[in-house]
Design a protein around this ligand. Structure first.
Ligand code: FEO
Length: 392
């Protein structure tokens, strides 16, 4: 538990055991599930944490408020990493009333069988008084689910923002940021955004416009640090990512069966390095310990303006991990990128043409026909210096 102000407390938990967030996204540095308490004449709990942390979560809550009852449980977002202890907390606090919007109600019933008489439905601009302060509610649909809302504590300028402004990587014991925290979390914030929220750039833009009128002094997201010192950088990054704005640089994302497409990818990386072109390289099949695969490649697609996809021809098509990556780009409506394809084949090369066709359908600028080379990688077959010049 960390006290954030006279009234507010952080009561979330770190998870270092989960391997894949949403069953998909690696967590090399863990993740936090953030929950908060506002304790005034009445007490409100903002969201819960993922199941499996019942004892730690309840201990945090009691460290903050002792044996005081909780009057309200505000449900900003129903994804189970935040909602799966709702039933547990309703049982522990039998007088507690859930505060949620109309879109949340069927999810509460469907996931947890929450009885209707435990739910108070609020709408856009709704408000509940806790005594000397009050909480009001603003809907931010599709950031990250349709029912998502934020909770605003006017008296402290505190925004309980749900997944918005969240990040992978567990929090340290201070929880609250310092001037260096943004850089420390920047990559994991981009990876979280690109993996989880990246599909919803337009709703994020709508939410940012709606929240722009608030005088925000503290952002309490559901994942990662509490933002105070770094609010301008965090908001600017979310704005940039949701506009799909990037910098000049190259994300090499490849899959390889026997190392030949991988060798070409490595050779290209060396050429980019020699030219001082910013780049990242990802093995989408995760052949090495610590590879972030599609998760890491998506992060760097949200950083750089050029995507280089490498795939051997497999069953006369694209190697499956690379196909998954291309579908992930489609699903996130990633736009405004330059694209180059390469890959090896044994008797019939079709992967490069198929990659180019997918990229063209997404409106990318195709930088040449690509490099499709037979069998083993050799420097003679693969003029990576020329390709690096093309990408510069
Ligand atoms: Fe952290 Fe969309 O849940």
């Amino acid at each position: 538990m960390v006290q954030l102000s006279e009234r507010t407390y952080y009561v979330g938990v770190n998870d270092f055991d989960k391997v894949l967030f949403e069953g998909l996204w690696p967590l090399p540095y863990g993740v936090s599930y953030n929950s908060y308490i506002v304790a005034d004449e009445k007490v409100a709990l903002i969201d819960t944490v993922e199941c499996g942390f019942e004892e730690e979560f309840l201990a945090n809550v009691k460290e903050a408020i002792g044996e005081r009852p909780i009057d309200y449980l505000v449900v900003n977002h129903m994804e189970p990493d935040h909602s799966s202890l709702i039933a547990y907390m309703l049982e522990k606090y039998p007088q507690m009333q859930i505060v949620a919007n109309a879109k949340t109600v069927p999810m509460l019933k469907g996931y947890y069988g929450t009885p209707e008489d435990r739910i108070t439905v609020i709408a856009e601009g709704g408000r509940i008084s806790l005594g000397s302060c009050s909480l009001s509610f603003l809907m931010i649909p599709m950031v990250h689910w349709p029912e998502t809302m934020v909770t605003w504590l006017t008296e402290e300028g505190t925004l309980f923002s749900g997944d918005a402004f969240g990040t992978f990587k567990a929090v340290d014991e201070d929880v609250v940021d310092n001037p260096d925290t943004f850089e420390e979390y920047r990559d994991e914030m981009i990876r979280y955004y690109s993996n989880i929220v990246g599909k919803y750039g337009n709703p994020v833009q709508t939410a940012l416009k709606k929240l722009s009128g608030l005088d925000i002094k503290r952002i309490c997201s559901t994942h990662g640090p509490v933002w105070q010192d770094c609010i301008p950088q965090v908001v600017a990054l979310y704005d940039k990512m949701s506009r799909y704005e990037v910098e000049r640089g190259v994300c090499i994302a490849y899959g390889s069966m026997y190392g030949n497409t991988a060798a070409a990818a490595d050779a290209l990386a060396l050429e980019l390095e020699a030219r001082g072109i910013p780049y990242a390289i990802h093995d989408l099949a995760c052949n090495n310990a610590g590879d972030l695969g599609v998760s890491g490649a998506l992060r760097d697609v949200f950083k750089y303006d050029t995507i280089v996809a490498g795939s051997p021809t497999y069953n006369n098509g694209i190697f499956p991990p690379v196909e998954t990556f291309m579908k992930a780009l489609q699903a996130r409506a990633v736009k405004g990128r330059r694209f180059y394809a390469f890959g090896s084949y044994t008797w019939s090369g079709s992967s490069v043409n198929q990659l180019n066709a997918l990229a063209e359908a997404m409106g990318y600028e195709i930088l040449g026909t690509g490099l499709s080379f037979p069998q083993a990688y050799t420097r003679e077959k693969c003029d990576m210096a020329a390709i690096a010049d093309l990408l510069a």
